[in-house]
Design a protein around this ligand. Sequence first.
Ligand code: 13P
Ligand code: ZN
Length: 274
Amino acid sequence: MSIVLEQKFMQDYIRCANDGWEWKFHERNGGNLSYRMRAEEVEACKSEFTYDQEWVSLGVTAENLANEYFVVTGSGKFFRNVILNPAANLCILRLNEKGDSYQVVWGLVEGGKPSSEFPSHVTSHSVKVAQSDDYRIIYHAHPVNIISLTFVTEIDDKALTLALWESMTECSVIFPEGVGFVRWMVPGGAEVALETKKLMEKYNVVVWEAHGLFCAGDTFDNVFGLMHTVEKAAEIRMKVLATGLPFRRAIDAQGLRDCAVRYSLNLNEDLLDE
Ligand code: 13P
Ligand code: ZN
């Protein structure tokens, strides 16, 4: 077996991608996943890297990610195939000295290029690494309920966050900073990457109207768990809305504050009503 594929980070990456497929977060090629490698992981894999592919401009710049290596899903590749043939559906790439171009050094053995959303991954990683080196993963998916919720919620961080926090008790514990909401935009380029970047300054979850969401995290367990929690809360909300009955109750601001005290959370007060 390839040295790259034997690595724990790669096994964890593949499991996360496959979990996403099994949870129906990825129709066809929908979604993408990136992991920022540790120096020792790069060292362990280097014997399988080649440095002869062309440098490609990213369209965005992230100076604080200069020379970093990432595992990324290929553009147009299907999450359901990652577990079957990781070397054909994933790549490892490195950024250049300026953090504005990449070179593929491993993978995509049947051809292809990194995800079209890689610019949004780069801007998000850039913001997150400035907050803490622990952040390693950006995960984009198309779960059905959070997308549905974007059609009935104002394009407003507060409205969307409260719709989630009020619907399931664990939400404010798992994402006390709230979620950001990006109006509909053409996907796959620098423009949406820069909007996403602004919201990643404040949040670990950024929802794109009528499209999906980006989650940031330190471990695959945490980032997948975050995606799963947001989607489950959205599912509850959509199921209640679908009954057509009025909401008779929801978790209120005081309840959210009480939870924050009990669990020592830094709850984002800007998003509360009173
Ligand atoms: P890629 O196949 O290029 O990763 O695009 C999928 C997607 O989700 C676009 O937003
Ligand atoms: Zn997408």
